[in-house]
Ligand binder design. Sequence first.
Ligand code: UDX
Length: 453
Amino acid sequence: MAVIADRCPDIKVTVVDLNEERISAWNHHDLSCLPVYEPGLDAVVGRARSRNLHFTTEVNQAIAEADMIFLSVNTPTKTRGVGAGQASDLRWIEASARQVAAAANGHTIVVEKSTLPVRTAEAVKAILAAAQGDTGGSKTFSVLSNPEFLAEGTAIADLESPDRVLIGGEDAAAIEALAAVYGHWVPAERILRTNLWSSELSKLTANAFLAQRISSINAIASLCEATGADVREVARAIGTDSRIGPKFLQAGPGYGGSCFQKDILNLVYLCRHYGLEEAASYWESVVTLNTWQQQRIARLVVNSLFGTVSGKRIAVLGFAFKADTNDTREAPAIRICRDLIEEGAQLAIVDPKVEAGQMARDLEKAPVTPDQARMGIPLGGEGTWTHEASPLEAARGADAVLILTEWKDYRQLDWQALHAVMRRPAWLFDARAVADPVAARASGLNVWRVGEG
Ligand code: UDX
């Protein structure tokens, strides 16, 4: 919405949320206090805020004034009831649709921005149609699907120059109204129009294909490690085939993020719902492989450290699900750290953007202080974790360094200095293959890199 406001000074954009704390953070005069860390976002908000971009908790008033409303609420995986663990929880979409139905005025275009299971628009339409009927047609609605393809960390660039904008719907006038918004800065040939269901399904499919590439390369990485091949050489060799292409072929600790897992599970649920068992289990295997990759890395660390990490200190570099974000949703670090703590390890975790409180929520475990950690824990005792200020502090006294996020800083670490403060024999497990392996080996470290045989 900030980018739309930035690119369309003639359009008034109002972002509403029930959460007062969030809204006041978005209104904070200091742009470094915005609630989301995203490179370049502060500048965009800074340009548009108080001009044509507003943040408020006056939800009903904003709905009443709007010609077009983007529903951009959470649709997490259901944790209970029918479809638990796979289907999307649509309670917030439904609640938003009901509020829009009640508060809207005149003709309103309702745009589904949240990622939704196919045919959700039907439910949204039904709720809006009921309101339309109740008022004898004084309020009318059109529903569009306009899924978002931005990736975190590159969101601003992705929005300013999207590969495509997808608009699904049946009402030609509404489609053209939304196309005109994007038309302020997106070339006409990149604005694709489809029917509602194709648009909803395209979002799930795009994420499923991307995640499937990562699971595929991670499967090959394990084979490279077993056979003496190097997954980066294989990725380069296959990526030069123009049909395959070079992107999304980085082996790593498995994909994370708010979308991939949720969307594939959703796809699996839909396939099963329609009786397509083979299609369901095909997509399900992408998730299985991803979980396996995370467990495999935790196991590999344990096995390399003589079969036990109990009481051993392991420096974990990076907790975010990828670089340039403070987002930890579904981060591979969560499962890997939990597995290591379960094995009794003493983790020393550092991340340039993730706060200790977030790590504690994700690990469902409070940290111990660095002082407590220094006193050590009894062998065979429960694992612990500390939040550390720098890779050097984390490495102090550690048996191993484990890199889980590809932060730029980790490409230029001083391995001599790190190795000097570690306990010998010391290990580097580079699950992102970002560290300089020559420098790390030269410092005396044993080095494991994902996908390197
Ligand atoms: C993704 C989609 O890219 C985006 O189009 C959609 O709108 C939302 O979901 P995002 O989750 O922000 O975006 O991040 P993305 O860059 O796709 O990375 C997802 C995960 O895959 C990260 O954990 C990343 O580290 C991992 N990844 C990505 C790899 O392991 N290897 C790769 O080659 C690429």
